[in-house]
Design a protein around this ligand. Structure first.
Ligand code: 13P
Ligand code: SF4
Length: 328
């Protein structure tokens, strides 16, 4: 059967490089220097944000960077739960999120009260929460994890039965890797990855039969089944960079595709159609980064009642993930 014609949408719609954009980028860099601020950007951020950042990474590496920075101010170009994690790890620093609307559809799927009720339903089981949760959920958790270290974190617990929230797909992927554990997963998911269907992957594979398929574990199990490699955003970056292959189908958000294309111009990266975009990540714009730095806009505050408990679950993850198994 001939390959189905698909509209080309590879996430390449980067903002045009105008003189105004260049001026704004220089302005942001000089503000950051004047304020002794570090700009941290997640890999899903717009390309022009990635280009002004001091550090670009996945959520684990951004947390590490937030914990170790000597800067006075952290401008977090990502989403709210990531900025909160930075504040938990560096409570004495000013952490700014350029737009408070940069939330997360998955983090919205569980509240602190629901996390408490989940625990009450399964007494005696530890709760592992994905960092894609708000601080009030972290405060109810025994330990956090990211997509990089989820299997390492779960393996580190002596218990056989483990509660996992909120991502049922990441929980399912960990379950597959750790058959000796029983993962009881909350029924949350990422709306951005949820739209990726096996038929979309098949259609792209028909167009590029030699391409390797690299997927984020927030995709459904049916999609992960089709992948040659499953890993966090940084894992996908490292795999694509280190591989001898020249063509890749990338099953995650558009920002990662832009970054791969910028770093490896001689390789070919394809998305599925339509290319998934996280609307929350895209709330962060360069003008808002400048405004945050000029006026200390949107400082992250964590209520004292939950600060210590939320910090403990993040700190436990940081301690365990020093020993991340690269195969995880
Ligand atoms: P990473 O931890 O892989 O960066 O993922 C964060 C995220 O929100 C993916 O949707
Ligand atoms: Fe949240 Fe999904 Fe966006 Fe990641 S991609 S920030 S999980 S909505």
């Amino acid at each position: 059967m001939p390959a189905v014609a698909m509209p080309v949408d590879d996430g390449t719609e980067a903002r045009p490089r105008t003189p105004q954009l260049e001026r704004l980028s220089r302005h942001v860099r000089s503000l950051a220097k004047r304020r002794n601020a570090v700009i941290l950007a997640h890999i899903y951020q717009r390309l022009e944000i990635q280009e002004v950042a001091d550090f670009i990474g996945d959520s684990l590496n951004l947390s590490r960077e937030a914990a170790r920075t000597k800067a006075d101010v952290i401008v977090f170009c990502g989403v709210h739960f990531m900025a909160e994690t930075a504040k938990l790890l560096s409570p004495n620093k000013l952490v700014l999120l350029p737009d408070m609307k940069a939330g997360c559809g998955m983090a919205d799927m569980i509240t602190g009260d629901q996390a408490r009720a989940f625990r009450a339903q399964y007494p005696g089981r530890p709760l592992v929460s994905y960092v894609n949760t708000y601080a009030e959920v972290k405060a109810e958790s025994d330990i956090c994890c990211t997509s990089t270290n989820a299997a390492t974190v779960v393996r580190s617990l002596p218990d056989e039965e483990i509660l996992f929230a909120p991502d049922m797909y990441l929980g399912g992927w960990v379950q597959k890797r750790l058959p000796d554990k029983k993962i009881i997963a909350w029924k949350g998911y990422c709306p951005t990855h949820f739209v990726i269907q096996p038929s979309m992957v098949d259609a792209r594979k028909a167009q590029h039969p030699g391409a390797l398929v690299l997927a984020h574990p927030e995709c459904s199990p049916e999609v992960l089944e089709l992948a040659d490699y499953v890993g966090s955003t940084q894992g996908i970056m490292d795999y694509a960079g280190g591989s001898q292959a020249k063509e890749f189908i990338i099953l995650t958000e558009a920002g990662l595709l832009l970054r791969l294309k910028a770093l490896h111009p001689h390789k070919h990266f394809y998305s599925i159609a339509p290319c998934p975009h996280c609307p929350y990540m895209k709330f962060v714009e360069l003008e808002k980064v400048a405004a945050a730095l000029e006026n200390d806009l949107n400082p992250i505050e964590i209520p004292t009642a939950i600060m210590a408990r939320a910090r403990t679950s993040i700190q436990r993850m940081m301690d365990v993930s020093g020993a991340v198994n690269p195969a995880d």
